[in-house]
Design a protein around this ligand. Structure first.
Ligand code: ADP
Ligand code: MG
Length: 165
């Protein structure tokens, strides 16, 4: 399922819509090149969880945790040494503490993850599209996300019409 956003704010609103289908213990993996909008998406997630603290890329801190209506873990595996550090983290314990975990550049962590996660892929629009366009793909992986695919589709429906690019 693909949608399109036309601004950073739209990406944040889209992320907030996704939060409406999120449950404690969920994992969202974010893929996409540098500057695609992964951190922007997590900022939208944080806002929807009522987190007022500023969410930045945790590249240098590796993993950040924010308290909101649900706890938010924000990980970024961009630097390769982060991967080793991430693998040193008690990932299962972290995923299990009843919060939502968002992992930028998360594909590399897939073997370490429980089977279920939502993969969110963010790409720049076509070169002839407006500069702020992003195409956001959603892939529900595992039974718990498959069971919610319909809900997710409904939640992101406002952006589906934007996908023609
Ligand atoms: P990443 O975490 O993927 O490296 P960031 O979220 O840090 O990317 O940066 C995305 C940049 O792209 C920000 O400067 C943001 O303002 C800009 N941007 C422009 N249009 C969009 C959009 N539609 N969605 C997300 N970010 C956008
Ligand atoms: Mg980032």
């Amino acid at each position: 399922m693909h949608v399109r956003t036309r601004s950073v704010d739209a990406t944040k609103e889209l992320a907030a819509a996704v939060v409406s289908v999120v449950r404690p213990g969920d994992v969202i993996l974010l893929s996409g090149d540098l500057g695609a909008g992964k951190t922007a998406f997590v900022q939208g997630v944080a806002r929807a969880l009522g987190i007022t603290e500023r969410v930045t890329s945790p590249t240098f801190t590796l993993a950040a945790v924010y308290e909101g209506s649900m706890r938010l873990h924000h990980l970024d595996v961009y630097r390769l040494d982060n991967l080793a550090e991430v693998l040193d983290l008690d990932l299962p314990g972290l995923l299990d503490d009843g919060g939502l975990t968002c992992i930028e550049w998360g594909e590399v962590v897939v073997p370490e993850l429980p089977r279920d996660f939502l993969l969110v892929s963010i790409e720049l629009g076509h070169p002839e599209d407006i500069a702020d366009a992003r195409v956001v793909g959603f892939d529900p992986i595992g039974t718990s996300w498959h069971a919610r695919a319909g809900q997710l589709r409904t939640a992101v429906a406002p952006w589906v019409g934007e996908a023609g690019c």
